[in-house]
Design a protein around this ligand. Structure first.
Ligand code: TPS
Length: 516
């Protein structure tokens, strides 16, 4: 098999330790995984001595040859030579690539582990056939990894490879399993450079049924994730403000007609307010903070709001359970990283949540969005604080974060900035009184979740629909004669959210003329 014809879609890396292999027989596990559809195999055994390595590698090669799949050996060029298999995989601390190439020849497949742009560039220059990019997520299988680089780090490496124009194949590795694989492929890749596959150890080797595990993973690798499947092509989306606004009423109408579930995992302060807002805009709220309910609720066709307003360790694992359930089921998820930059605990929680699943939309104020992006900001409490960035800087930040995460990012403020990485819009509706009541940002997340639940084809449009519905309702409410201040503003806001839903249903779109 020529190195250029290799299919890297599902790359099995073996492990012989009892913690992962258990009491199963490695050759049988690999055979089963091949039946399940793995496309390339690496024999990785850090414990056996050379004689045993060669003998097991020979057996494995018999099996992989029958399935017409290449076998590589981890680290040990001597073993690969003795067995005559297709190549080796080398780590940064192993024999160098040039020496391995000299020993194995130009037809051998040689891959290298890389965790940074520099390592990737060196490996490309020295003629690697593929790169194992990682570690993606922390993994018990390999604890001596230098860096957890996540989807954002992986994407940077892919871009660097693209820009040097090298035709090298790539797989991602580390903590990849059935619940992370589609998001990894989706978020790490972009329109220019995609991962060619994923490499897994424990997801197959530790599985009770390796054949079934492999075939399930292969199916997931070959199909777009639910959260990408519904997307319109870029050229089918509204690209100018006028067209976008003209499409807003259909989204709002659809909320009224479908009464989507808005599943809020939110903080103590806003639960009641958020439930009332959801009802007023035509959605059906459920305040369910128990992650074990996520799987059932995700099946009901609604959307999830993960609001970090009051964090506890237990809350975090509940968030993750529900997030995974919505990702798997294909329901949209909104992340509201309340007070993200305020404390060490919250900054860590942001990282854990972002690594734990896919959010269709991230909504926050300037400090929160900066924290999610990775900038160090010290927020005072959870309020929005004083803005320090120009409009251009804010627009650039939301665009870059949306591009990195392949989702929609909304930064709220006197002017809101919203982007899907391609289109970026500014919205200047709203009223000063929104800043005088509690939870006004949180319930915007609830509003947008309902829009996303009924309209996922264009998530940016859903976000803009939610934003306009909510902020124009606030403007109308604030202008009412019976509104004397924050206290009377809250019920008026709920009324006007309801009135906009009703008017839109009846085809009265006067309110939308206020959009700016
Ligand atoms: C293709 N490596 C990085 S993380 C990890 C390993 C073995 C453990 C993943 O385990 N790329 C390739 N082959 C390698 N051996 C490495 C990188 C090094 P799990 O899937 O159980 O999280």
């Amino acid at each position: 098999m020529a190195p250029s014809n290799v299919d890297y879609s599902l790359y099995l890396v073996t492990d012989s330790t009892p913690a992962i292999l258990g009491d199963k027989d490695l050759v049988q596990v690999v055979e089963a995984a091949l039946q399940g559809g793995v496309t390339i195999v690496q024999y990785r055994d850090k414990v056996s001595d050379t004689g045993a390595l060669v003998s097991t590698a020979r057996k494995l090669h018999e099996v992989t040859k029958r399935h017409n799949v290449p076998l590589l050996i981890n680290d040990r060029v001597d073993v690969a030579l003795a067995v005559g298999c297709e190549g080796v995989h080398i780590g940064q601390d192993d024999l160098d690539l040039k020496s391995a190439r000299e020993l194995l020849g130009k037809n051998a497949i040689i891959g290298v582990t890389v965790a940074s742009i520099e390592e990737a560039e060196t490996a490309c220059r020295d003629g690697a056939n593929y790169l194992g990019i990682g570690t993606m997520f922390a993994t018990a299988t390999k604890t001596n990894t230098k860096d957890i680089i996540g989807t954002a780090g992986t994407k940077q490496i892919l871009r660097a490879i693209e820009s040097i124009g090298k035709d090298v194949q790539t797989v991602s590795i580390g903590g990849i399993n059935a619940s992370t694989v589609q998001r990894v492929l989706y978020q790490a890749s972009d329109s220019k450079k995609k991962l060619d596959g994923v490499a897994v150890v424990s997801a197959i080797i530790a599985a009770k049924d390796p054949k079934q595990a492999a075939s399930e993973l292969l199916k997931l690798v070959q199909n777009p994730p639910p959260f990408a499947a519904a997307s319109l092509a870029n050229n089918e989306k509204a690209h100018d403000v006028k067209t976008l606004i003209s499409e807003v009423p259909s989204v709002i109408k659809s909320v009224g007609q479908k009464t989507p579930l808005s599943h809020n995992m939110t903080n103590l302060v806003v639960q009641n307010f958020a439930a009332n807002v959801a009802l007023a805009i035509g959605a059906s709220p459920i305040m369910a903070n128990n992650g074990d309910e996520g799987a059932d609720l995700a099946k009901l066709g609604g959307a999830l709001v993960v609001n970090m307003g009051t964090t506890t360790g237990e809350g975090l694992s509940n968030f993750l359970k529900s997030l995974k359930a919505y990702n798997l089921e294909g329901g949209p998820a909104v992340f509201d990283p309340v007070g993200a930059g305020a404390t060490t605990i919250r900054r860590a929680a942001v990282k854990t949540l972002m690594a734990g699943g896919y959010f269709d939309l991230i909504k926050g104020n300037e400090g929160e969005i900066k924290t999610v992006f990775g900038q160090v900001v010290q927020q005072r409490g959870v309020d929005s604080g004083v803005s320090v960035s120009s409009s251009l800087e804010k627009a650039t930040l939301v665009r870059d974060l949306a591009m990195r995460e392949r989702n929609v990012v909304l930064m709220t403020g006197a002017t809101d900035f919203v982007s899907d990485g391609v289109r970026t819009f500014a919205v200047s509706n709203g009223n000063e009184l929104l800043g005088r009541i509690t939870g006004s940002g949180c319930v915007l997340g609830t509003t947008i979740s309902a829009m996303l639940a009924v309209h996922r084809e264009d998530k940016l449009l859903a976000a803009v629909a939610g934003l306009l519905h909510y902020e124009i309702a606030a403007e109308i409410a604030a202008a009412r004669e019976d509104v004397k201040g924050p206290g009377t503003f809250v019920p008026a806001l709920i009324d006007e959210l309801y009135n906009i839903q009703k008017a839109t249903q009846e085809g009265d779109l006067k309110w939308l003329e206020k959009a700016k």
